[in-house]
Write a protein that binds this ligand. Structure first.
Ligand SMILES: C[S@@+](CC[C@H](N)C(=O)[O-])C[C@H]1O[C@@H](n2cnc3c(N)ncnc32)[C@H](O)[C@@H]1O
Length: 366
């Protein structure tokens, strides 16, 4: 029996239909049965449901460490690298291992901080990172981070695409965006989609995308898209915590315009199980990964509104290739680069693998 499905059914019966964002929040993050709370089987890579740049091998972390080290030296003084959504801690381990080997001079000045709301995830990370001792610190929320803020780098890999999203469908006849919610299909049954009530005052839905009238004139009835206020608000908080340095994210995502093309008419929310995309987002809550493309325009605007300047907006392939150029220019300071590194680099940058779908947004505090 799926206990989480039972719990969601109860919540719907007691409080009414749920937004997809609430369904996704429970399915991914319920403290006991959420997908990201289940320990072993949610290891990214061959055994898990999804690949990440980290599961390709240690090269991703090593290249980031190389880049961060030179950014932090340029900043000078005591600095932090803050990673959010560190999952099993492997990326942190890859970065810290490289720093210890190649840049022991930074040991006294650079701390590694992890932002981890889940006590269970934190425990797993603590075990993996035990060897790095007091240089690693955990915080469960932005409010727990010292009020002096962060000097250095705040970053996440595939964090924003795991935040809950709302689903909105265009009603061409009445020219309004309606929110798709989740309801119970029948007695003891699974879940199905339903329209949520529109705002009572006749106002547009508060999360409705702002689009030119000319585009709305041709948008087909039922065109579906997502709104991700949680990702925007997370980025705004991260921007607020950054007192000097940069805020970076590695994610798959689109610009606002790229969402509104004919092939994306059913939205970009997806479910993954064993590397296969499954059509049913509502099946087996807690048993499959739920995700959607990040709206990079919205995230970028949130950072700029918080006073940051956009410095990087490239594909992962471009980002890593630029770092490779710097590594080649200072070869002896990187460490080994042989056939294993070549293979990993190809997977990380190949357009058909992680190179093109993954994009990097970087903003800094001027
Ligand atoms: C797709 S996984 C990240 C994969 C991992 N970064 C990697 O590179 O392999 C998303 C992670 O974000 C974490 N997460 C979700 N909300 C978060 C938040 N508000 N702050 C920090 N981490 C969060 C989840 O627990 C989950 O481990």
């Amino acid at each position: 029996m799926n206990e989480l499905a039972e719990l969601i059914r109860r919540e719907i019966k007691q409080g009414g239909d749920l937004s997809y964002a609430r369904f996704m929040e429970l399915a991914l993050y319920h403290p006991q049965w959420g997908y990201y709370e289940r320990p072993a089987e949610v290891a990214p890579g061959n055994q898990g449901d999804f690949y990440t740049s980290v599961s390709v091998g240690p090269l991703f972390g090593q290249m980031l460490a190389f880049q961060f080290a030179s950014d932090l030296v340029a900043l000078g003084g005591k600095c932090q690298i803050l990673e959010a959504g560190a999952h099993d801690g492997r990326l942190a381990r890859d970065i810290l291992t490289w720093l210890d080997r190649q840049r022991p001079d930074l040991r006294a000045t650079v701390e590694y901080w992890l932002l981890e709301p889940s006590p269970r995830r934190r425990q797993l990370q603590e075990v993996l990172l035990a060897e790095f001792g007091g240089r690693v610190r955990w915080f469960d929320s932005w409010s727990a981070v010292p009020s002096s803020g962060i000097r250095g780098v705040i970053f996440g890999n595939e964090l924003l695409d795991a935040f809950p999203v709302h689903r909105l469908a265009w009603n061409a006849r009445s020219r309004v965006w309606e929110e798709l919610g989740v309801t119970v299909a029948g007695p003891g049954d699974g879940f199905t989609w339903t329209g949520l009530a529109l705002p009572a005052n006749g106002e547009p839905h508060p999360l409705a995308p702002i689009l030119p009238e000319a585009l709305l004139d041709v948008l087909p009835d039922g065109f579906t898209t997502e709104a991700g206020p949680a990702a925007r608000s997370w980025w705004r908080q991260a921007a607020g915590a950054l007192c000097a340095g940069q805020l970076l994210t590695f994610d798959y995502g689109l610009t606002r315009e790229e969402f509104f093309t004919p092939e994306r008419g059913r939205g970009t929310a997806r479910a993954y199980r064993r590397h296969q995309v499954t059509a049913d987002l509502l099946a087996d809550p807690g048993g499959q990964d739920l995700t959607s493309q990040v709206n990079f325009s919205a995230v970028r605007e949130a950072g700029e509104a918080a006073g940051l300047r956009t410095t990087t907006w490239v594909s992962q392939a471009q980002f890593l290739t630029a770092i490779l150029g710097r590594i080649l220019a200072a070869r002896e300071s990187f460490g080994e680069w042989g056939s294993a590194q070549n293979r990993q680099f190809q997977t990380l940058t190949h357009p058909e693998h992680l190179g093109r779908p993954f994009r990097v947004l970087g903003q800094s505090r001027p």
